[in-house]
Design a protein around this ligand. Structure first.
Ligand SMILES: Cc1cc2nc3c(=O)[nH]c(=O)nc-3n(C[C@H](O)[C@H](O)[C@H](O)COP(=O)(O)OP(=O)(O)OC[C@H]3O[C@@H](n4cnc5c(N)ncnc54)[C@H](O)[C@@H]3O)c2cc1C
Length: 593
C-alpha cells in the first residue's frame, strides 16, 4: 500500500528488480497441456505466491498438482485485512513497475492494478518526532538532538542506512551470491563506524531497520543486494501499484485457477523421500504420495518439518540458523483530525516507530493509520497479552497526539514474528551467513525442491516469490526428464517457463516488461517498435545472432552493461542451444549461417 509503507518496504525491503529479456512467451506453452511421461504428480507445500505460481506453471505443463496449506486462507505473506474498513494490507503491499511476473499473472487472471495509496500529504512533508519534539524534515539538520557528524547531518535517520550504501559494488542484485562480493558480508555497523556515528545516532539509524535486530547483526551484503534491486526498479517507468480490491485477490485468483482446489488447514509435518517418489504427511495423519514435492514455505517454518533422508548438514544449518526480521503491523481507523498543526504521519523515535496516515476511501481525508514496527520494538509488543499490548500501543500514540483519544480505533494487530507459519518478515542475514549459506539454501534434495522468496537470486519480495517458482518448475521438468526412461532430453518448450512473464513471441502480441520477440533474430538490438529500451541497449551496436545470444542468455549485464534485464542463466550448454533454437523457430526468423 502507501508510499510510506512503500518506503518502509522500499527503504525497508526495497522492492525487487527487473527480469528477463531474452526468453520468450509461448502461447502454446500457456494454453496447452504438455504431456509429462512417467512422473507427473507434484505436491506443493504452502499456498503463498511462490507455491501457487509453481502449481499453476506445473499444471500448464500437464502435471497433477496438490497444494497443501496450513492456514485457512491462501496468500501467506499477502494478507489484505478485508474485515477492517478500507481493507488495508498487513503484508506485501506495493508492486513495483518492474515486477514482471506479478503484473503478467495479474493481467492473465483479469485483475486490475491501481496506484498504491500514498500517505496523506505525501512522504516529503512527513514530520519526524524525536526527543519528544515534532520536526519538519528540513529542521532535522539543525536540530539540537541531531548528533550525526557534519557531512551527513542532513540525512534523516530513517534514510541513513541506505545513505551508507552509496558506492554499492554490486552491478546487479544477483551478484550477491558471487564469491568476489563475500568481503562485504560484514556488519553494516562497520560502515557506520567509519562515518563516526555516536551511540545515540546509531540507535536512531537502527530504529527502523527492517533487515536485522541490530546494526551489528545486519549483513552489509544483504543491504547492498536490496539497494541494487532498488536501483534497478528505479530504471523502469511507472509508479508503485497494488491489486484493485486488495493484494489478496491475486493469490485467491491464482488458487481459483488451479484444477484441484488448494487443501487448507493441512499442516505438513514430515516428508519422506525415496528413489521411487515422495510421501508427505500432514498433522492430521493423512499421507499424500507424489513424484516430487516442492517446499515453498519460509526457512523458519521448514525447521518444523521432519525430512528423511536428512538434508545435507549445511543446508539444514541454513534452515535452522537464518532468522527472519521482525515486523508488527497495527491497523487503525480514524474519525477526526487528531494532528492539528502537525502532520498525521510521523517517523518517531518511540516504540511505535512509524505512523502512516492514508485515505482509503478516496475522500482525501485520513481514514486509516498504520503503525509499522520492526526489530526490538516489534518484539517489545509481541511479548504482551493482547489487551495490554493494544493499550500500550495506543498510550504511546496518545502521548504523541493527545487529541487522538476518541478519534482512532485500533482494528487489528498482525504480528508476523509470532505467526508460527512464517515467524518473521523476510530473511535477516547476519554477517557471514550469505557467505556460508547463500548457495546452500535452494539446491534440490532428491525429489524435494525448494521455492519461496528466500530462494530467489535476482528479486526479493513478491517478485522473488514468483521468480523462485519459475526456477523450481524448470528444475522439476529437468529432473523429470532424467527420471523418465523414455525421454532422452528435456522438452525445449519447458526451458521457456522462466521467460514467459516478460516476453511475447507471436506476431502482433503486445510487449510485456520485455519486448515482443517476433522476428528479432538477425535484427539489431533495441529495434522493436514501441518498446522503451534502456539507454544502454539502445547504444549497444549488437545484432541478435547465435554467438551474442549465447552470451546474453548467460549474463546480459556482461554483454551490455547497464541493461535493465537482470538475469543470470543457469542452463547447460546443450540446453542453451535448445533454448536459442526454440526461440528462433518460434519467432519465425531465419537462422543466420
Ligand atoms: C509486513 C510485510 C510487508 C511486505 N511488503 C512487501 C511489499 O511491499 N512488496 C513486496 O514485493 N513484498 C513485500 N513483502 C514480502 C512478500 O509479501 C513476500 O516475500 C512474499 O509474499 C512471500 O511469498 P512466498 O510464497 O515465498 O511465502 P509465503 O507467502 O510465506 O507462503 C508460504 C506459505 O506456506 C504456509 N506454510 C508454512 N508452513 C507450512 C506447513 N508446515 N505446511 C503447510 N503450509 C505451510 C504458510 O502458511 C504460507 O501460506 C512484505 C512482507 C511482509 C510480511
Amino acid at each position: 500500500m502507501l508510499i510510506n509503507l512503500i518506503s518502509s518496504w522500499r527503504l525497508a525491503a526495497l522492492t525487487a528488480t527487473l527480469v528477463f529479456i531474452g526468453g520468450c512467451s509461448d502461447k502454446k506453452l500457456e494454453n496447452q497441456e504438455a504431456t509429462p511421461t512417467a512422473a507427473e504428480a507434484v505436491i506443493v507445500i504452502g499456498a503463498g505466491l511462490s507455491g501457487l505460481n509453481s502449481a499453476l506453471l506445473l499444471e500448464e505443463q500437464g502435471y497433477k498438482v496438490t497444494v497443501l496449506e496450513a492456514k485457512n486462507r491462501v496468500g501467506g505473506r499477502i494478507y489484505t485485512l478485508d474485515d477492517v474498513p478500507g481493507r488495508p494490507e498487513a503484508g506485501g503491499n506495493t508492486i513495483s513497475a518492474n515486477y514482471a511476473r506479478i503484473i503478467d499473472r495479474a493481467n492473465k487472471l483479469g485483475l486490475t492494478l491501481t496506484p498504491a495509496p500514498d500517505v496523506v500529504g505525501g512522504m516529503r512533508t512527513m514530520q519526524l518526532y524525536i526527543d519528544g519534539q515534532f520536526l519538519d524534515p528540513q529542521a532535522w539538520a539543525t536540530f539540537s538532538g541531531n548528533t550525526f557528524p557534519d557531512p551527513i547531518k542532513r540525512v534523516p535517520p530513517g534514510s541513513m542506512i541506505f545513505a551508507a550504501l552509496r558506492g554499492n559494488p554490486l552491478q546487479q542484485p544477483s551478484d550477491w551470491l558471487q564469491d568476489e562480493y563475500q568481503k562485504y558480508d560484514v556488519a553494516i555497523a562497520t560502515v557506520l563506524d567509519g562515518m563516526r556515528l555516536d551511540e545515540r545516532s546509531k540507535q536512531l539509524v537502527n530504529q527502523t531497520n527492517s533487515y536485522g535486530d541490530t546494526l551489528d547483526s545486519t549483513s552489509l551484503l544483504a543491504l547492498y543486494r536490496t539497494a541494487a534491486s532498488y536501483a534497478k526498479a528505479g530504471d523502469i517507468q511507472g509508479g508503485l501499484s497494488a491489486i484493485a480490491g486488495g493484494n489478496q485477490r491475486l493469490p485467491e485468483a491464482m488458487a481459483a485457477k488451479l484444477k484441484r482446489p488448494v487443501l487448507l488447514e493441512k499442516f505438513v509435518s514430515s516428508i519422506a523421500l525415496s528413489d521411487a517418489g515422495v510421501v508427505v504427511t500432514t498433522s492430521d495423519g493423512t499421507k499424500y504420495e507424489a513424484d516430487y514435492v516442492i517446499s515453498s514455505i519460509p526457512l523458519t517454518a521448514l525447521r518444523k518439518i521432519n525430512i528423511t533422508p536428512a538434508l545435507p548438514p549445511l543446508q539444514q544449518r541454513a534452515i535452522n540458523e537464518i532468522d527472519y526480521s521482525k515486523t508488527l503491523i497495527v491497523q487503525l481507523t480514524v474519525t477526526g483530525d487528531y494532528w492539528g498543526e502537525q502532520t498525521p504521519s510521523l517517523w518517531t523515535d518511540t516504540k511505535i516507530e512509524r505512523i502512516f496516515a492514508t485515505s482509503l476511501d478516496d475522500s482525501g481525508k485520513v481514514t486509516n493509520l498504520t503503525f509499522w514496527l520492526t526489530g526490538a520494538n516489534a518484539e517489545h509488543f509481541s511479548g504482551m497479552q493482547n489487551e495490554a499490548r493494544d493499550k500500550a500501543l495506543l498510550d504511546t500514540f496518545y502521548a504523541i497526539y493527545p487529541k487522538a483519544e476518541g478519534l482512532v480505533t485500533l482494528q487489528k494487530v498482525v504480528d508476523w514474528s509470532s505467526d508460527p507459519l512464517i515467524l518473521g518478515t523476510w530473511p535477516a542475514y547476519k554477517p557471514g551467513q550469505i557467505t556460508e549459506f547463500g548457495n546452500a539454501i535452494a539446491p534440490p534434495h532428491g525429489r524435494l525442491h525448494f521455492a519461496g522468496e528466500h530462494t530467489a537470486l535476482s528479486n526479493t519480495g513478491m517478485e522473488g516469490a514468483m521468480e523462485s517458482s519459475e526456477r523450481v518448475v524448470s528444475e522439476i521438468l529437468r529432473n523429470n526428464s532424467k527420471h523418465t526412461v523414455a525421454t532422452a532430453a528435456i522438452d525445449p518448450k519447458s526451458l521457456f517457463v522462466t521467460c514467459m512473464a516478460c516476453h511475447s513471441l507471436n506476431e502482433g502480441e503486445p510487449h510485456k516488461l520485455g519486448p515482443n520477440l517476433y522476428g528479432f533474430f538477425g535484427q539489431p538490438a533495441a529495434s522493436r517498435e514501441g518498446f522503451n529500451y534502456s539507454p544502454a541497449l539502445k547504444g549497444a551496436s549488437i545484432v541478435w545472432d547465435k554467438p551474442i545470444l549465447r552470451e546474453w542468455l548467460k549474463t546480459p549485464e556482461k554483454v551490455v552493461p547497464g541493461t535493465r534485464m537482470i538475469y543470470r542463466g543457469s542452463l547447460t550448454e546443450p540446453e542453451l542451444e535448445q533454448l536459442i533454437d526454440y526461440l528462433i523457430t518460434q519467432t519465425s526468423s531465419k537462422v543466420n549461417p
